[in-house]
Design a protein around this ligand. Structure first.
Ligand SMILES: Nc1ncnc2c1ncn2[C@@H]1O[C@H](COP(=O)(O)OP(=O)(O)OP(=O)(O)O)[C@@H](O)[C@H]1O
Length: 549
């Protein structure tokens, strides 16, 4: 943890350590002073001033240490969150799909919070460590015989407690793994709450077999870790009491140590009790933080390795002179684990030109979305290649290539704010689109925000269409956009909105099952089991030549 903080700002960490050490030593000196006051070994006139000076030193250095480390840890946690989010944005989409939303969320929330908690505890640990070190120095000054005994006990305590440490570490690691499972169950619970409420047996089985089971496993491992650390703590306290007992009751019998020294020792020991207990109870927090740091670091490394090595970003965000897009022998495959076989799309050869309206049709699972994902650059072809205006698309220009598409996915996400647009400039345009999409009675855009996104699914899709219009890209892809629209708006979409986009020179790829509108397309591409089985200009309305399965 300290190494991690040092990497971020070693200067602040040195400042924290120095302030912590000053605070700790001043605390120890304060105890020494109190002991001297009680045993009348110092000049009485000086004592109040020394007391005031040391108290100020303890308070101010403690404050400085806490302030510096809190500032550093807050900054680190903030940087970590932003850095991981940026890495997620830079990673290839299939890799993120493989990692899964739950795991990514667990890293962004749980791991970073655990690290934040531990780093906030660090000033307290530094100060208390310095208090203990200062007290030990004072004890050695009081009697080196006793200090030697104490050092022996401490070495024994550290060595013996290290025997216990592997057990809690393993338990903490297991608990963190179980947290991923639990988090994925929480997602299933929140996203599937309607389905669960409507089916008691499903809900009971889900709770018993999945959520309660993972919550129980998480409880078991974290409890195991906590108990193990408790044992380490108890063991340290046992040794501590043993030493006090020996000093109080055994040494006086042997008469080897002065009674005043024994009094001083006892006072310091009692004073050290709370700092020592803070140090030992902080152990589990740091242990959890170590596991979380490892997890975040691993994720960071993996995301960095996966990040698309793009050339310097091209500020020409949208290419306005689109002339042609071609897919040449592209393939993409998925492994179907349960069936132990692959789904392979392609090899696909396709060309699109400017101002074309193309329908992509086919049965469920035939590969329409996969083809669209390849075409827009979110999936990378395993074989073959893509050319945009004749130029090959590769890792160097992939990020720019993505900026040519405006896509509404079937499971689209609607941001409640119009990020990345000049909303002042678009004010009139937005009002016009809201009217055309029959949403002007429902939604307003105020300061770049939709007044509401709590709308019906069909209305939310219309808002997504508004955003797509504002993007004004050369290539549009709609994945079953019309599926949630009422017949009237569906008709408007196919017969007016799509032809209007085409008339503006946009190329539009529409994934659809609405065969009564296929006749509007310039071309209909039909997929079956990942292969193109038909590609033709459909017949006029009512005489469709392509039958969808
Ligand atoms: N992330 C994934 N991991 C594994 N297999 C996948 C994944 N996405 C899709 N597949 C598989 O690829 C095949 C094609 O899926 P795709 O979503 O492209 O079909 P589709 O034609 O769009 O279907 P639908 O009409 O149901 O939307 C399916 O068999 C599906 O199981």
């Amino acid at each position: 943890m300290l190494v991690f903080l040092c990497r971020s700002s070693w200067l602040t960490v040195v400042g924290v350590l120095l302030a912590g050490i000053i605070s700790g030593l001043s605390s120890a000196a304060l105890v020494a002073l109190i002991n001297s006051t009680l045993s009348n070994t110092l000049d009485a006139e000086l004592l109040p001033w020394l007391f005031v000076g040391l108290s100020i030193a303890v308070l101010s250095s403690g404050f400085l240490s806490n302030y510096l480390l809190n500032r550093l840890s807050a900054q680190i946690v903030c940087d970590l969150r932003i850095q991981i989010s940026r890495l997620i944005l830079a990673a290839p989409y299939p890799y993120l799909q493989k990692l899964g939303k739950s795991a990514l969320l667990a890293h962004l929330t749980e791991d970073i919070s655990v690290i934040a908690n531990a780093s906030q505890l660090l000033p307290l640990v530094c100060i208390n460590f310095a208090v203990v070190a200062g007290c030990m120095t004072y004890l050695s000054w009081l009697s080196w015989h006793l200090a030697l005994v104490l050092a022996g006990v401490i070495v024994f305590g550290v060595l013996s407690s290290s025997l216990f440490r592997e057990w809690p570490k393993k338990a903490v690691l297991k608990a963190r793994e179980e947290y991923d499972v639990l988090n994925s169950d929480f997602r299933a619970l929140t996203e599937g709450v309607r389905e669960l409420k409507l089916h008691r047996q499903r809900s009971d089985a889900f709770m018993a077999q999945s959520l309660a089971a993972s919550a129980e496993a998480y409880r078991r491992y974290s409890f195991r870790g906590a108990v193990a650390y408790l044992l380490v703590n108890q063991w340290a306290q046992l040794l501590y009491f043993l030493v006090i007992g020996v000093i109080l009751y055994v040494f006086p019998v042997w008469q080897v140590i002065d009674q005043k020294v024994i009094g001083g020792y006892t006072l310091v020991f009692l004073f050290m009790m709370s700092p020592l207990s803070i140090l030992t109870t902080s152990l589990p927090v740091f242990s959890r933080a170590k596991v979380s740091l490892q997890k975040v670091r691993q994720l960071g490394e993996q995301l960095k390795n996966q990040a698309i090595q793009a050339d310097a970003p091209d500020k020409r965000e949208v290419c306005t002179n689109f002339s042609g897009l071609s897919l040449q022998g592209v393939t993409h495959s998925f492994h179907r684990e349960k069936e132990n076989r692959n789904f392979t799309l392609g090899p696909i050869d396709l060309d699109f030109k400017s101002g074309e309206l193309v329908f992509l049709v086919g049965g469920n699972g035939s590969g329409k979305t996969t083809l669209a994902m390849l075409l827009i650059g979110l999936y990378t072809p395993e074989q073959g290649g893509i050319r945009w205006n004749g130029e090959a698309v590769d890792d160097g220009n992939k990020e720019d290539y993505l900026q040519n598409f405006s896509v509404i996915f079937s499971d689209f996400y609607l941001f409640d704010e119009l990020y990345g647009f000049d909303n002042e400039k678009n004010h009139v345009l937005i009002a016009d689109y809201l009217q055309r999409l029959h949403l002007h009675h429902k939604v307003r855009v105020e300061n770049g925000r939709f007044s509401s996104v709590n709308l019906s699914q069909g209305q939310r899709k219309r808002l997504a269409l508004l955003v797509a219009y504002l993007e004004d890209r050369p290539f549009y892809v709609f994945d079953e956009w019309a599926a949630d629209q009422d017949p009237e708006f569906k008709h408007l979409f196919y017969t007016e909105l799509l032809p209007a986009l085409k008339a503006r020179g946009k190329t539009v790829l529409v994934i659809s099952h609405d065969d009564r509108y296929f006749y509007l397309a310039d071309r209909c591409i039909k997929l079956e089991e990942g292969q193109i089985v038909a590609m033709e200009k459909p017949a006029t309305a009512g005489k469709q030549s392509i039958q969808i399965s």
